[in-house]
Ligand binder design. Structure first.
Ligand code: NAD
Length: 357
């Protein structure tokens, strides 16, 4: 029987509430699909600042590195808002991503059938369902390139530089193609190759990598066209492969097609199998401690962990299907519609567990 070591970073605000529900679901999966889970817990964000003075204590880095996978709730809150940038909870989040070498960010944009009405995109465009995976490069490009300010023609000029090495493009492209092989075998690579040199290298390199994946269909779109196509005809996409800055914007656009922030999971992967899994929403301090947070984004993050880091695809499918079934009649307040049961965070976790058993 396989045993997986999972490090839990519950974080702040609703973080502990939603992670507790996800752990319940993972425990049920372990029993049902015959694997074992060993948990460790570590501090990140505001709770770490309160306990140790640092948003990312060394002990947290060590525990995450020793784990097969990391599950994060969320960090941050008004209590720590006045601290300088490098000491804020969010610095802990950026820090742990860097420490774990997480260069690939995966953001699925999925619409569960019972929630179709919540999407801002019309029913006839979405059809029965929607399932897009955005694969974004996370540690390169203009967010990490040379930047500064200088005096030009007697005034201040600021500059940021988009830069990518072939090796950086290759490794993220491989993630996208591997992902496509587990899905519908289509990759859309997004760039601005009509204008940017870094995009031309991006496109050339992606074409090279595609030669190792003859079963995957590859097409290229400019980023402006992609932004338009995502709302005009999102069903044309399977895996979208993109650089850091374009991915930042497009993954938000794609995920909002699903209509609800409490439903959206994400994964950040390194070259090895390990990864960090988290909901895309924040710590929701406005509803923390009230047992009304929606735990489904975190539960769906566990499904991603099972699929992409632990190779337990059957368990991942089971969680997604249980969530879909539970949503037919039950909603937390953020996604509530008349005619369904208004349930708490804990009740939602229990319902998913029951559906899985
Ligand atoms: P947020 O995502 O926490 O909340 C936005 C709105 O969505 C709020 O009204 C909140 O109640 C609601 N919401 C979010 N998640 C929900 C859930 N699971 N169930 C029900 N409702 C939910 O964003 P914000 O208010 O801009 O930020 C709050 C704090 O979270 C800030 O300190 C911010 O820096 C931090 N933050 C952390 C992360 C992270 O840890 N990855 C991401 C974004 C924001």
């Amino acid at each position: 029987m396989n045993t997986y070591k999972i490090c839990l970073l519950k974080g702040d605000g609703i973080g502990p509430e939603i992670v507790n529900e996800a752990v319940k679901v993972l425990d049920v999966c372990a029993k049902k699909f015959n694997f074992a889970v060993e948990y460790d817990e570590a501090l990140l964000g505001g709770c770490a600042i309160d306990a140790t003075g640092s948003p990312l204590p060394q002990e947290t880095i060590d525990k995450c590195k020793a784990a097969d996978s990391v599950l994060l709730g969320a960090v941050g809150g008004p209590k720590w808002d006045k601290l300088p940038g490098s000491q804020r909870p969010e610095a802990g989040l950026l820090g742990i991503r860097g420490e774990l070498g997480l260069f690939a960010n995966l953001r699925p944009a999925v619409i569960f059938e019972p929630l179709k009405g919540a999407s801002p995109v019309k029913d006839e465009i979405i059809g029965d369902s929607l399932d897009i995976m955005v694969v974004r490069e996370l540690t390169g490009g203009i967010y990490f390139g040379e930047r500064g300010r200088r005096e030009t023609d007697g005034e201040v000029e600021a500059y940021d530089t988009e830069q990518y090495k072939v090796s950086e493009i290759k490794r993220i492209a491989k993630v996208a193609f591997d992902m496509a092989m587990k899905r519908n075998k289509k990759v859309t690579s997004v760039d601005k190759a009509n204008v940017l040199e870094a995009s031309r290298l991006w496109r050339e390199t992606v074409i090279e990598v595609a030669k190792d994946y003859p079963d995957v269909e590859l097409n290229h779109l400019y980023v402006d066209n992609t932004a338009m196509q995502l709302v005009r005809n999102p069903k044309q996409f399977d895996v979208i492969l993109t650089n850091n800055i374009f991915g930042d914007i497009l993954s938000d656009e794609a995920s909002m097609i699903s209509g609800s922030i409490g439903m959206l999971a994400s994964a950040s992967l390194s070259g090895s199998n390990s990864g960090l899994y988290e909901p895309i929403h924040g710590s929701a301090p406005d509803i923390a401690g009230q047992n009304i947070a929606n735990p489904l984004a975190t539960i769906l993050s566990v499904a991603m962990m099972l699929r992409y880091s632990l190779d337990e695809a059957e368990a991942a499918d089971a969680i997604e299907s249980a969530v879909n079934n539970v949503l037919k009649n039950n909603r937390t307040p953020d996604i509530y519609t008349e005619g369904t049961n208004n349930v708490t965070c804990v009740e939602m976790g229990d319902l998913v567990c029951k559906e899985l058993m």
